[in-house]
Design a protein around this ligand. Structure first.
Ligand code: NDP
Ligand code: 2IT
Length: 450
């Protein structure tokens, strides 16, 4: 049986690769899902005859556009903008925008594909999408970022809307960029609507949205730990990245009594063996969100170790929270983590572990929460922001945080339900893929061949 399934996976992937050449990250994301789903689909042939997988790997719509803008010296630049509208089976397209020099079609398609499953897991009515640009915000002035955002939104505004497609932030897109994008949309449409999430609290945002992805990844880690009668308290935690997700993951770990010892950025990592406390974290937030500096400055300021050009996975820890980018933990690094006693990996980033690294976690039977489950808190609170916008009624911090906590617990339960194998081991990869798939697939069957 396993052999037949392998052949089916390989045949399916050969077609995906031929139809979508040069999109390695998209192939990687699809392969993982198809490996999880093939046995389930064999047992439930309605999905096979409905060609659900074949339909899900083809975006409903791909939009690509020119983004011209003028820098502070009057020079003209041209970037490329995208929006991948992957699935509207269970709600409007929903997912972030990434501004980073590495952005290309394949990366955004992998992110949009993952988003479909993630959004389904949240229990909220959101389809999946993703967008962005190869624009690099590093070193740009606020005015340059504003002009870029305005140009980007001038085209994007034709394709989105509060009941059609609701973008949000991702790498390189935070509160500042959402503000400029929202302002331009409002001006073009003469409409004040919930067309973007991650807005500031004064103009339609939700409390806890900035915190949501990081907090959610820690809540998910807590749920995984509970299955072994353990908690966060006293555990050494290695975090990569130092942006939105990393900062709030650190805040929650510290609040729950864990010890955070690292942050990183694309230049290197810092290791603070004494632990990053709340005061040091505040300093990092100021460094990254206001002064927009490099993490190296932390080492100069607090006398910690700085390692240039490397990632932090060699540091001894019990918990690892990758919160930077895709494929940032490879097989050797995963082995190193496990060898040093790490037994919890909760992915704040999207697809930060390579397939070989995931193999290492599963073979070692550690607690591994894949991104589409563990980092779903961000989009979940985006969904709650949409609800509040529709009601025109803001909720309190506690109300939103309680709902976030509840949603993460529910996602964990779904993973257990569909991921527990006959030996009692919880394969969260299978659990998240199957648990996220069913609602989308059943909705597609109900809505006909569209
Ligand atoms: P930010 O832009 O706030 O921070 C990104 C961090 O990751 C920075 O420290 C950045 O360093 C580092 N980083 C980015 N690209 C690379 C790279 N190629 N190599 C090494 N380091 C890199 O983004 P977020 O914190 O929002 O996003 C982090 C991850 O979390 C992404 O994978 C994103 O898709 C995922 N995510 C985000 C959600 C959200 O709500 N924001 C929700 C769910 C998932 P540098 O400054 O040097 O670029
Ligand atoms: O990857 C993600 O889930 C996000 N970047 C957040 C998407 C959203 O719509 O809040």
């Amino acid at each position: 049986m396993a052999d037949i399934l392998n052949v089916q996976v390989n045949e399916f992937m050969a077609k995906v690769i031929a139809r979508n050449p040069n999109e390695s990250e998209f192939h990687q994301a699809v392969q993982e899902v198809v490996e999880s789903l093939m046995p389930f689909i064999e047992d439930n042939p309605k999905y096979k005859y409905g060609k659900i997988l074949e339909r899900m790997v083809e975006p409903e719509r791909v939009i690509s556009f020119r983004v011209p803008w003028v820098d502070d010296n009057g020079e003209i630049h041209v970037n490329r903008g995208y929006r991948i509208e992957m699935s509207s089976a269970i709600g409007p397209y929903k997912g972030g925008l990434r501004f980073h020099a590495t952005v290309n079609l394949g990366i955004l398609k992998f992110l949009a594909f993952e988003q479909v499953f993630k959004n389904s897991l949240t229990t909220l009515p959101m389809g999946g999408g993703k967008g962005g640009s190869d624009f690099d915000p590093k070193g740009k002035s606020d005015n340059e970022v504003m002009r870029f955002c305005q140009s980007f939104m001038t085209e994007l505004s034709r394709h989105i809307g509060p009941n059609t497609d609701v973008p949000a932030g991702d790498i390189g897109v935070g509160g500042r960029e959402i503000g400029y994008l929202f302002g331009q949309y409002k001006k073009l449409r003469n409409e004040f609507t919930g067309v973007l999430t991650g807005k500031a609290i004064e103009w339609g945002g939700s409390l806890i949205r900035p915190e949501a992805t990081g907090y959610g990844a820690v809540y998910f880690a807590e749920e995984m730990l509970k299955t072994r009668n353990e908690g966060i308290k006293g555990k050494t935690t290695v975090i990569s990245g130092s942006g939105n997700v990393a900062q709030y993951a650190a805040e929650k770990i510290i609040e729950l009594g864990g010890k955070v010892v690292s942050f990183s950025d694309s230049s290197g990592y810092i290791y603070d063996k004494d632990g990053i406390n709340s005061e040091k974290l505040q300093w990092v937030m100021d460094l990254k969100n206001i002064r927009r500096g490099r993490i190296k400055e932390y080492a100069d300021k607090f006398g910690a170790q700085y390692v240039e050009g490397k990632r932090p996975w060699g540091i001894k820890c019990e918990i690892a929270l990758p919160c930077a980018t895709q494929n940032e933990i490879n097989e050797e690094e995963a082995k190193e983590l496990v060898k040093n006693g790490c037994f919890v990996v909760s992915e704040g980033a999207n697809m930060p572990s390579t397939p070989e690294a995931v193999e290492v976690y599963l073979a070692s039977r550690i607690l591994f929460g894949p991104g589409k489950a563990a980092n779903a808190g961000g989009v979940a609170v985006s969904g709650l922001e949409m609800t509040q916008n529709s009601m025109r009624l803001p909720w309190t911090r506690k109300e939103v945080d309680d709902r976030l906590h509840q949603i993460m617990t529910c996602i964990h339960e779904t993973c257990v339900k569909f991921g527990k194998d006959s030996s009692g081991f919880i394969n969260y990869v299978n659990g998240a893929n199957i648990g996220g798939f069913i609602k989308v697939a059943d909705s597609m069957l109900a809505q006909g061949i569209v």
